[in-house]
Write a protein that binds this ligand. Structure first.
Ligand SMILES: Cc1ncc(COP(=O)(O)O)c(C=O)c1O
Length: 340
């Protein structure tokens, strides 16, 4: 059974494993203050062309989101998110557990617009309601769609006008950046956002995410806030070493390119077989609509999620490719589809 369920089914890219192994017996400072973590930070700052940012390593996405968002807000302040936002649907109320309401906006493509944000701000006019203070975007979204430079710029503008913090969840940032439709870079994302994270877990790392904080007042005491939430790892080196490797010789981009290329092959094959998509994506998540009869045949050889039922005969399925997806498996999937 070959899995297209997610992009964390495999372990870790060999270069990273090798780097972990090479450094294994070297004694280092704890809590991410070792030399290799510092080298990773330098490489990331170079990528952003910004030496002023603060950089922190985390073990996972939920932990990053809840530590960042929970720390950036005062008690009465709230988050604006698309209804499909990971923090709203799939993080077990972690943000709410930090005391902050997440205001959901219903969006078919999983993307917020500047108009949506303005409307939420307008609706929350006085102290009898929570005060919207932070905009949560994921790029790519949970539906595999991405933001353009123009869209992000207009969201930045509304954040400036309304005094909102702009935060981006980049669990699959590599896939967004390597999409054929993308016109953003880490440099421009850093220019628009007050804080954002770049995901390693879903792009070849064993585990780990890196949070970048640009806005000065959000940086204050952040390591204390991490520690209080159990996010400051004694063996922080484990994440630093991995990001150093990811940002050496373009590994981060090359791995995401592979995932996207495998998704492109699947997309073309599915279209050639006459099937439609619930929504168009250019990243490593695909949402084709398939007859149940064909889904049952595919499920004998491949695992994937049945995402959403359309009617008694059809369902949307979710296919995800990864940095390690095997091209032969993609071809087999398409052949099986074409023969049915
Ligand atoms: C957009 C997004 N953010 C955050 C996460 C959470 O990551 P974790 O499972 O590491 O907490 C995920 C996981 O799928 C995700 O897709």
């Amino acid at each position: 059974m070959y899995s297209f369920k997610n992009d964390y089914s495999e372990g870790v890219h060999p270069n990273i494993l090798e780097a972990l192994s090479r450094s294994n017996m070297i004694q280092m400072e704890g809590y991410g203050e070792d030399g290799l973590s510092n080298e990773a930070k330098t490489l990331i700052k170079k990528e952003l062309k910004d030496n002023s940012v603060d950089i922190h390593f985390f073990s996972g996405g939920t932990q990053t989101n809840l530590t960042a968002i929970g720390s950036f807000l005062r008690p009465h302040e709230a988050v604006i998110s698309a209804e499909t936002g990971h923090i709203l649907v799939h993080e077990t109320g972690a943000i709410e557990a930090t005391g902050h309401k997440v205001i959901g906006v219903d969006k078919k493509l999983g993307k917020l617009s500047s108009e949506d944000i303005e409307a939420v701000v307008k609706l929350h006019g006085d102290e009898h309601m929570v005060k919207p203070k932070l905009v949560y975007l994921s790029n790519p979204t949970e539906l595999g769609t991405i933001y353009s430079d123009e869209e992000l710029k207009s969201i930045r503008d509304v954040c400036d006008r309304s005094g909102l913090i702009l935060y981006m969840d980049g669990a699959r940032m590599g896939s967004a950046l390597m999409s054929s439709e993308n016109d953003l870079t880490l440099e421009s994302i850093n220019r628009y956002c007050d804080a954002f994270y770049i995901g390693g877990t879903k792009n070849g790392a064993l585990l780990g995410e890196v949070l970048i904080i640009k806005k000065e007042n959000l940086k204050t005491d952040f390591r204390y806030l991490m520690k209080q939430r159990g996010a400051l790892l004694a063996k922080g080196r484990l994440i630093g070493i991995q990001f150093k490797e990811l940002f050496t010789d373009n590994l981060f981009y090359n791995l995401a390119s592979h995932a996207n290329r495998m998704a492109d092959l699947l997309r073309e094959g599915i279209k050639d077989s006459g099937h439609e998509f619930d929504l168009e994506t250019s990243t490593n998540q695909l949402f084709p609509i398939m007859p149940i009869q064909i889904i049952e045949v595919l499920e004998k050889k491949f695992s994937f999620y049945r995402w959403q039922s359309i009617d008694a005969d059809r369902s949307v399925i979710r296919l995800v490719t990864s940095w390690a997806t095997n091209e032969e498996a993609v071809k087999e999937f398409i052949e099986l589809l074409k023969s049915n």
